[in-house]
Design a protein around this ligand. Structure first.
Ligand SMILES: [Fe+2]
Ligand SMILES: [Fe+2]
Length: 145
């Protein structure tokens, strides 16, 4: 399976968020690497990823609360995170048969959801946080080049 790449289109200009997104991509790639070779390792890596995701979502939700973002955006973003966790747990349950198909489905969901979520939901969160906090948003930073 192809590896998920962090690119500048994922850049939010929120240093801790960017660092954690890169770490999440690295964990997904590790999960993809160990997929069928070592089920025990896969289980360990998945547990690590699940913990990391929980901390990451908590960070974003805290940043949104601190920046006092629009209540609707906050609620929708939180719901997206909760939906992801529920689906992830469901796909992990499906993987209890240790089949390649279930592992592929899990990895595909992880990769697609995360990329899509970062490019849309997280990016609009970042823009709103930058606007409300008076910090410089990424599109302004890159306009200097
Ligand atoms: Fe995120
Ligand atoms: Fe998010």
């Amino acid at each position: 399976m192809t590896q998920i790449q962090w690119g500048l289109d994922c850049y939010t200009g929120l240093p801790e968020v960017d660092r954690q997104h890169q770490q999440l991509f690295a964990l997904i790639n590790r999960l993809s690497d160990v997929k069928l070779r070592d089920p025990e390792m896969l289980e360990q890596t998945f547990a690590e990823l699940r913990d990391y995701v929980r901390d990451h979502f908590a960070l974003e939700e805290q940043l949104m609360a601190e920046a006092n973002v629009d209540a609707t955006h906050y609620v929708q973003h939180r719901a997206a995170h909760a939906g992801f966790v529920a689906r992830l747990n469901q796909l992990w349950q499906n993987y209890s048969d240790r089949s390649e198909a279930a592992a592929d489905q899990l990895l595909e969901f992880l990769t697609n959801w995360l990329r899509h979520h970062i490019l849309h939901t997280d990016q609009s969160m970042a823009l709103e946080i930058h606007t409300r906090m008076g910090s410089e948003a990424p599109h302004n930073m890159f306009s200097h080049f």
